[in-house]
Each structure stands twice: as structure tokens, then as C-alpha cells.
Design a protein around this ligand. Structure first.
Ligand code: NAP
Length: 493
């Protein structure tokens, strides 16, 4: 008989670490944290492209219970996030639970033993009472399906697999994609290459970025008076809540905020790009918030440079030396950068095969019914399973808000379990149905339902064109629900 661990957590990013901290606070110490990568940090370990930084103020983009007074900038560079992840792992004694290069194939609920069996490629199965998946929303890179891409003989790099050894200096480069990643990368790349063509399918709304380095004296002040950093966090979070949550999710009630945000982006573009034709190409034709907007002061001006070209004609195919657009024009390049983002809905919900009670396959069930999870955390038919990257789970703008809501939910749930001397929980169909109905109703107030989103190509929408990623409530409401959901939403055994 193999040993039964308290829990297996799949993913050693900020989600998995938050879940581990929550479990440790609840008294569970026999944890196994598995990650397919070679180190902790999730997205902040994987992403290393030039220009990488948070696009949410750092005081907000961090655990509220573990503030870091030493962020060097308002929007910290990616390397500092990776360091912060290591600091959290050290402080909360998480590293000893972690196993890297551990690719999880799947997990199956075993009704006889009331445990999960987790299958790891090239390893022995692991058995645990609880299974938590923290595999990230944006963790399965999307490779574009473009004819002839395999024929291209130059260098190809996806932004999630950056080649640190490749020297871009003086090269002719092409970037496919104009999402938040490309917005950070393109200005940096333009400084190095001799020629840069950016292939844009859908433009992105870009806000001005109020960013500055945080003087050491201020960092020391944050360290000695933690309340001051809390205040800074509150200010940053409130602005984002207004702009990105109220203006997007509560569009019916707060349309004006949305319109102001859109106007701010338009004015930003007008200030930075004087050529009307170029400006038109860079202006989205969908409502602000239909897809994730971003912040940058350097993105638009990059297109004013002589050696940078914005290509909006669709790509027909690639061949050995370059790209050909549908009107027959070709651009030869030395290097092709794929800033093509992530595949969420085909391969990431869930990221591993999860088989629950009665052989229910989570991925198949989500696709056969609807994408759903009670409070974005648990799923009927899947006992003792916490799914951190679930439909309607992304709450607020910062991923840390989502994680902390889920930690709070876990605390209430596992405390109820302990109070009943029980070890197995399962959300009821009724509670899950009621939650799904409520979310679907509330999405009706959002820009996704009331704005113009059809041309946005947004990953907020699933393959059935339903906006099932974001939780359509305020952050405060999500936090409140996490600490007060009815305990009879679950059965305990
Ligand atoms: P993304 O937003 O999904 O953007 C992918 C881009 O590639 C889009 O412009 C897309 O065009 C284009 N694309 C994909 N397949 C294509 C194809 N076959 N042909 C032409 N174009 C194609 O991905 P991302 O830029 O990596 O950003 C993902 C998310 O990561 C962001 O929304 C943000 O939440 C997060 N992010 C965060 C930070 C941070 O600092 N916190 C930094 C970067 C990214 P379409 O729009 O037409 O599909």
C-alpha cells in the first residue's frame, strides 16, 4: 500500500503556493506540490522575454498577507516576481513539498479509499486525500496554425519559451500577435533589431502607464510602516477595480467608467501617433474590456520608428525565408517571434485529465454541459477536489485576489469538515446550479453581453462564445462570498 498524503497540489506558481499556505494554516503538512517546470513561480518562471513586467501595480499584484516593501518600481519587472515567489516559498516552508519536472498525466477519484490517485509521467502514482489543481489560466502556449510555418528556416521563438542565447542584434524580425505580452516585448525588440514587422490581427486597448521607480527611502518606509503600503495597495486596487472590474463587469450600471477608460486610451494613442492611417489601424473596433486591455507608454511610439512596420493584412503562409500576406506581399525575416498567447478553452479546462466519482471526466463533462464550478472552486461529482483555475473563478483584476478568495473558501470548507469529524466533501448539484444561474444572470450586465465584443477575439469567451472566465461580481463581493457561503452547499462524510 502506498502512503496516502494529505493533498497533492498540481502547480507551484502563486496559485499552488497560496493553496499550500491555506492547507498548512489548516494543519495539513503532508503535501506534495508537483510542477512540470524545473523551478517554482509558474508564469514568472516560464516567461523571460525582454520587457517582462507586471501590468498591475505590484502592491496589488502580491499576496495581501505577504506584502513586499522592496518592489523597485510601481510595476515591477518579471525577475522581481520570480524572486518574490522564492521568498514566499522559503518563508512559508513550501519548497520541501515541491517536486519539479513532474508532469502530471491525470488524476482519478477512488471511491473505495476516498482518495485521489495522481498519475505522474515516468513516476509512481501518488495517492492523496485531497487534489488541488493550480495549473494557471495562461499556461498552455498557443502555436498559430499558419500554412508553411514548419517550412520556415529562420529562428522561431514563442514568448513562453524565450531563447536567451539568441542574439537579435541587427536581425530582421517578425512578431505575430499584439496582446499584452507583445505590448511589453515589441518596444524592447525594436531597440535591438534592424527591421521589425508586427503582424496584428486584433488591436488592443492600451492605457497610459503611470510607472516610476520606487526610491529606497520609500521602500524603507513601507518596510517600517506596513500600513503605508497597505494604503498604497488600496489606492491601486480601487483604481483598477473601478476601471477594469466595474467598467467591464458592471457595464450596465457603470457604462460611463467604461467610456472614460476607452476615451483615455484613444487620447493616449492620439498623443503618441500622429499618422491618422497608423492610428486607425491601432484602434480597436470593439468595446473597452471585451478583451484584456493593457498599459504602456512605449508601445504606440515604437510604430513611429522607421524600421518598425505594422502589418494588418492577414498572413497567408510562411515559406523558408519569410511571411506572405493574403495580398501576395512577402517579408523575409531572420527570426519569427510568436506572441500568440495561450489556449485556454480547448486544452486548459482542465489542464490534466480529472476523473471523478462514477467515472465522470471533468473536461468532457464541462464540454457536454457548461463550464461551471461552485464559487469557481469546486465541482459536483468531484469529491475532495479544489480546482483553482475554474470557470467564473477569476475575480477582480489581480490573480492574487482570485487566489485569496479561494484560500478563504478553503478555510471555511475545511473548517466545516473538521467540525464534523469528516474527511470527504462534495458540493451539491443544487448549490452549483444556483451559482451557475446567478453567474449567467450577472454576466448579462457586463460589457460581454451589452458591449460590442464580436470582433475582439477574446480569451474571456469560450468556444461557445460565452464569457465564462471572469467572475462577474465585485472583488469585495467575491471575498465576502468566500467567507460566508452556506455550509449546506456541501455534503460531508
Ligand atoms: P493574447 O492576449 O492572447 O494575445 C495573443 C495575440 O496573438 C493576439 O493579438 C492574437 O490575435 C494573436 N494571434 C494568436 N494566434 C494568431 C494567429 N494564428 N495569427 C495571427 N495572430 C494570432 O496573449 P498574450 O499577449 O500572451 O497575453 C495573455 C495574457 O497574459 C494577457 O491578457 C495578460 O492577462 C497576461 N499578461 C500579463 C502580463 C503581466 O504583466 N501581468 C504580461 C503579459 C501578459 P487575436 O486577438 O486576433 O486572436
Amino acid at each position: 500500500m502506498s502512503r496516502v498524503h494529505d493533498a497533492v497540489i498540481v502547480g507551484a506558481g502563486f496559485g499552488g503556493m497560496g493553496a499550500a499556505i491555506a492547507l498548512k494554516r489548516l494543519g495539513f503538512d503532508d503535501l506534495v506540490i508537483l510542477d512540470r517546470e524545473s523551478d517554482l513561480g509558474g508564469t514568472w518562471h516560464v516567461n523571460r522575454y525582454p520587457g517582462l513586467a507586471v501590468d498591475i501595480p505590484s502592491a496589488t499584484y502580491s499576496y495581501s498577507f505577504e506584502p513586499n516593501p522592496y518592489w523597485s518600481r510601481l510595476f515591477a519587472p518579471g525577475t522581481e516576481l520570480k524572486r518574490y515567489a522564492q521568498h514566499v516559498a522559503d518563508k512559508y516552508d513550501l519548497s520541501r513539498h515541491m517536486q519539479f519536472n513532474a508532469v502530471v498525466d491525470g488524476a482519478t477519484w477512488q471511491p473505495e479509499s476516498q482518495t485521489w490517485q495522481v498519475r505522474v509521467a515516468d513516476g509512481e502514482p501518488i495517492e492523496a486525500r485531497y487534489l488541488l489543481t493550480a495549473t494557471g489560466f495562461l499556461s498552455q502556449p498557443k502555436m498559430p496554425e499558419i500554412d508553411g510555418i514548419d517550412l520556415f528556416e529562420g529562428h522561431v521563438v514563442h514568448t513562453t519559451d524565450w531563447d536567451d542565447d539568441y542574439d537579435f542584434t541587427g536581425k530582421r524580425a517578425a512578431v505575430i500577435g499584439t496582446g499584452a505580452t507583445a505590448v511589453q516585448l515589441i518596444p524592447e525588440l525594436a531597440k535591438r533589431v534592424s527591421d521589425l514587422t508586427v503582424y496584428q490581427r486584433t488591436p488592443i486597448w492600451v492605457s497610459p502607464k503611470v510607472d516610476f521607480s520606487v526610491p529606497e527611502a520609500v521602500q524603507q518606509f513601507f518596510a517600517s510602516v506596513p500600513l503605508s503600503q497597505r494604503a498604497a495597495r488600496l489606492v491601486g486596487t480601487s483604481i483598477l477595480e473601478g476601471m477594469m472590474v466595474s467598467g467591464v463587469l458592471h457595464y450596465r450600471q457603470a457604462k460611463l467608467i467604461n467610456q472614460l477608460a476607452e476615451r483615455g486610451c484613444r487620447a493616449h494613442l492620439a498623443r503618441q501617433v500622429k499618422d491618422p492611417a497608423l492610428r486607425r489601424k491601432l484602434t480597436p473596433d470593439y468595446s473597452f474590456g471585451c478583451k484584456r486591455p493593457t498599459f504602456s507608454n512605449e508601445y504606440f511610439p515604437t510604430f513611429n520608428r522607421d524600421h518598425v512596420h505594422l502589418e494588418t493584412t492577414s498572413i497567408s503562409h510562411l515559406d523558408a525565408t519569410g511571411l506572405v500576406t493574403s495580398d501576395g506581399r512577402r517579408t523575409d525575416v531572420d527570426v519569427l517571434v510568436l506572441a500568440t498567447g495561450f489556449n485556454l478553452w480547448d486544452v486548459n479546462f482542465p489542464a490534466i485529465e480529472v476523473i471523478g466519482a462514477d467515472g465522470r471526466n471533468l473536461g468532457e463533462w464541462w464540454r457536454a454541459t457548461r463550464f461551471q464550478a461552485y464559487e469557481g472552486v469546486t465541482v459536483p461529482g468531484f469529491p475532495n477536489f479544489i480546482s483553482l483555475n475554474s470557470p467564473y473563478s477569476y475575480s477582480g483584476l489581480s490573480y492574487f485576489t482570485t487566489i485569496e478568495c479561494q484560500m478563504r473558501h478553503m478555510e471555511r470548507l475545511f473548517t466545516a469538515l473538521a467540525d464534523r469529524d469528516a474527511t470527504t466533501f462534495e458540493v451539491t448539484e443544487e448549490a452549483n446550479d444556483a451559482f451557475l444561474t446567478r453567474m449567467r444572470d450577472l454576466v448579462g450586465d457586463s460589457v460581454f453581453a451589452l458591449g460590442h465584443c464580436s470582433t475582439a477575439n477574446s480569451y474571456y469567451f469560450n468556444q461557445h462564445n460565452e464569457a465564462t472566465l471572469l467572475r462577474p461580481t465585485s472583488t469585495v463581493s467575491a471575498l465576502r462570498a468566500a467567507g460566508s457561503f452556506p455550509l449546506d452547499a456541501y455534503t460531508y462524510a
